[in-house]
Design a binder for this molecule. Sequence first.
Ligand code: KG4
Ligand code: ZN
Length: 335
Amino acid sequence: FHSMNILAIESSCDETSAAVITNGNIRSNVVATQLIHTHYGGVVPELASRAHQQHILPVVDKALNDAKIAKKDLDAIAFTKGPGLLGALLVGTSFAKSMALGLDIPLIEINHMQAHVLAHFIDDPKPAFPFLCLTVSGGHTQIVKVTGPLEMEIIGETRDDAVGEAFDKTAKLLDLPYPGGPLIDKYAAQGNPQAYPFPLPEMPGLDFSFSGIKTSFLYFLQKQVRQNPAFVQENLADICASIQFTLIDILLKKLKKASRETGIKEIAIAGGVSANSGLRRSLTELGAQLGWNVYIPAFEYCTDNAAMIAIAAHFKFAAGDFCDQTVSPLARMEF
Ligand code: KG4
Ligand code: ZN
């Protein structure tokens, strides 16, 4: 019996990552985070592409070494086709294509947002089909109805900013370095979430909006700082707790609605913002209240990583779903 070894590569944003999966089990997962962007208050696409170019070879080598797999034992190469920054995606895609060509093995293209959802199939417990997944990242906010490993449908999404973007942009207004989401999370732990109430957006159906909350937060801050220039320093924990509370409230209200409308009580979260401790706690509490089975990924599989690309590739390999050398990455990509 020959085991199936797949190398997976992720390069859609500011993490260069490679992982090896054997018969559905993750053998290694190496992530190189680009720290250069902290100085700029956001990811600078050109710098991201260059950093991917520098990191990709050592990251892939380490993933193979950690897994104790030789290149000649690989059966396929998977890569993130999109969505993401085009220049960043081109580095991973070109690398994967060259390696597959050299080794004469098949290529597997992966949708990054589908991979976030499928991260739930790396470890136990795994959700049962059908389940709902709230995918929350720096670029996306989606409620996905998942009926099979490769069958999923977006039933609600943001009409403007992503929730991760709302975290990062409010953090920027507070002079916190990029990415601000984890820092808001950290300061919020010591604050009062009811200190400053913010209005919730009115959005029909299962869609989201986060641009209004960002603006009302800006006006709130300008007004407070006019009255007290030290407002932010003196109240940082309460400010972070209040903004985090509001963002979580928006997310969970829609998730509740989605569960009610679909009758599905298998509920998962995924994506970078699912690392947020307030969201994890609130979802666990809400789930207990409503009789949901709640699935929260391990921290390492919340933010961008190649292990999730690898598990998605495992399902595509089993389905015989390969692509050819003419494939090109896509900045915007549907399911
Ligand atoms: O999935 P991800 O790593 O990259 C994208 O595909 O966008 O998500 C990154 C986003 C950033 O906006 C970051 O601030 C946010 O996830 N994030 C958090 C936390 N950890 C990461 N937001 C709130 N609380 C956290 N603990
Ligand atoms: Zn992501």
